[in-house]
Design a protein around this ligand. Structure first.
Ligand code: PMV
Length: 326
């Protein structure tokens, strides 16, 4: 087949990844563990054709150029090499949520691309191979190949499903605090943190035991144990960035206000816990029964523009294949 479409869902790390052990292979310096989200997805179609004279990449209706195109072409080059093909490809990809605002569009994007490109080139359906390929473009993308709770272990080339969505059905509410692109991309931010932050080494040393405990709390379905670990992981990651010189700060006044709102919810007896990534949005985990209340509280917080309510999402899938065998 020379055409395939795949859908992958975004993910939010509960135990964070920040820093690379190997930049060439794009292997993380710390293990991470995430939940895949049902409400945020990317759908990507890849077509290989003899008639194409170059790779054409269209993201959300606009042709991608420069480094955004280059990152996609690097995945296509790997697929061509593995499949022994020379044809150029057209790639068309769309997200159902804002791109590059710290909402992990690269995670679902590169997971969908790896799956669609492999299927379009006739490579075998192998989620771990697709996860490894996605990881080389964006390490968090390795995790978006699988649904439920997913780990990317230290030194691993592909992600591992920890447990499925039904094992521990939590919700996650995103408090969107800004529309539009983030200032510092994750790769540059990680490299700057590694090179200049005196706290980077302690972050790398403290992350593995936290990730282990996050996994245990999920396996034992214990939100009261999980929540504090999730907040600790996020704040240790941000502390390593604050120690960089100059500092990397993703917090906005609205982020701080949302964090305070979560603490107040907790004081009033609601099990809600926050996390934050490379952007000013605050993501809050809670039980499905508390989702509406948590979302309403966040929406009434100054600076929160809107909320996105998510449940756990499924495995990435190839949804459509077609075209001629070549
Ligand atoms: O995979 P990248 O390069 O987009 O980095 C992701 C980094 C964080 O989102 C901040 C943390 C994580 O583990 O997803």
């Amino acid at each position: 087949m020379n055409r395939a479409t795949a859908t992958a869902h975004s993910n939010i790390a509960l135990a964070k990844y920040w820093g690379k052990a190997d930049r060439e292979l794009n292997l993380p310096a710390v293990p991470s563990l995430s939940m895949t989200l049902d409400a945020m997805s990317t759908t990507t179609t890849v077509v290989f054709d003899d008639a194409f004279e170059s790779d054409v990449v269209v993201l959300n209706g606009h042709e991608a150029l420069g480094s955004a195109r280059q990152r996609v072409c690097a995945v296509l080059d790997r697929v061509r090499q593995l499949a022994g093909r020379r044809q150029y490809a057209s790639v068309s990809s769309s997200n159902n949520f804002p791109t590059a605002a710290g909402l992990a569009s690269s995670a679902s994007g590169f997971a969908a691309l790896a799956l669609a490109a492999r299927a379009a080139a006739g490579l075998p359906d192998d989620p771990h191979a697709a996860s490894s390929m996605a990881r080389q473009a964006s390490a968090s993308a390795a995790r978006s190949v699988f649904g439920g709770y997913v780990a990317l272990d230290l030194g691993a080339h592909s992600a591992r499903k920890v447990v499925g969505a039904l094992h521990f059905p939590l919700s996650l509410v995103v408090a969107v605090t800004r529309e539009g692109a983030k200032e510092t991309g994750s790769t540059d931010g990680m490299e700057h943190t590694r090179a200049t932050s005196p706290y980077y080494a302690s972050w790398v040393a403290s992350a593995p035991p936290i990730c282990d405990q996050v996994e245990q709390a999920i396996v034992s379905r214990d939100l009261e144990r999980l929540g504090p670990l999730v907040e600790h992981s996020a704040l240790l990651m941000h502390a390593s960035m604050l120690g960089a010189n100059p500092a990397i700060t993703y917090f906005s006044p609205a982020s701080i206000a949302a964090i305070e709102a979560v603490k107040k919810l907790r004081q009033a007896g609601t099990l809600a816990y926050f996390t934050m990534d490379a952007g000013p949005h605050v993501k809050v985990i809670c039980t499905p029964a508390d989702t509406t209340r948590v979302a309403a509280t966040l929406r009434s917080t100054p600076g929160v523009l809107r909320t996105i309510e998510c449940k756990l999402g499924p495995d990435a899938t190839v949804t459509r294949e077609g075209g001629v065998e070549s």
